[in-house]
Design a protein around this ligand. Structure first.
Ligand SMILES: [Zn+2]
Length: 235
């Protein structure tokens, strides 16, 4: 029996039959994979998927008829503290659902994994606000998917007036071009700056800056509309 070792984050856990579970794991080496946990529903089972959802760790698997079966797991980070705060838990669940969805749209799953891990760390260990976590996570994920909004100039005519944002056009536009664009809404310069920082920064630095809560809320509101149109996904 060939054992395979892979490192990854458990995005999803569903029941299979009476006793088993199937996990969806985003891995560094093999992309997104499904892994069966035999007896995963049993409470006393050492590998209970109850303890594995949100877990980042090393998974030892074997292949049985084209299906990965979990042999053992060594958890590096369980993000256990998520269970102590319902708002954080809900947001983390939303984030994993979205990442699970976007994995099918992306070729570079390594970056998506890094963005997701940094986001969960920021939420659990650095106590960043929910508004910041939402704005940064969703914006940075768009960048990783090659879907960056264009911010900082008019994306239609290239002029320096970037006072409006159009989710459907995919970025900032000037007052004149906005006349042709039904969903253009005003964007404050500091909101545009926050969005620009997130899109351009290294993934390692995505939470290493400060801004007003209001700007995070505005970035989130715009990126949410952008995602609805360009990824056909409702956050
Ligand atoms: Zn223009």
């Amino acid at each position: 029996m060939n054992l395979i070792k892979t490192r990854g984050l458990v995005l999803k856990s569903i029941s299979y039959g009476e006793y088993d579970k199937i996990l969806t794991v985003l891995t560094q080496e093999s992309g997104k994979i499904s892994v069966m946990v035999k007896g995963g529903k049993s409470i006393n089972h050492g590998k209970s998927s109850q303890t594995l959802l949100f877990s980042y760790g090393d998974y030892i698997l074997y292949d049985k008829g084209g299906m990965y079966i979990l042999s053992s797991a060594e958890v590096i980070e369980s993000f256990y503290d998520l269970t102590k705060d319902l708002d954080k838990l809900n947001l983390a669940s939303e984030i994993l659902q979205f990442i699970n969805f976007t994995c099918d749209e992306s070729e570079d799953l390594g970056d998506l994994l890094r963005v997701t891990l940094n986001t969960l760390y920021a939420l659990v260990h650095y106590n960043k606000s929910l508004a910041m976590v939402k704005a940064v996570f969703y914006t940075k994920t768009c960048e990783c998917l090659g879907l960056s909004p264009i911010v900082g100039m008019c994306m239609e005519c290239g002029c320096t007036d970037s006072g409006r944002f159009s989710p459907s056009f995919g970025g900032t536009i000037c007052t004149e071009c906005a006349l042709e664009c039904p969903d253009a809404i005003p964007i404050m310069p500091q909101t545009a700056q926050v969005m620009e920082y997130i899109l351009n920064c290294d993934i390692k630095k995505m939470f290493s800056f400060k801004a007003e809560e209001e700007d995070f809320a505005n970035v989130y509101m715009l990126i949410k509309e952008f995602i609805k149109i360009h990824l056909d996904y409702e956050i």
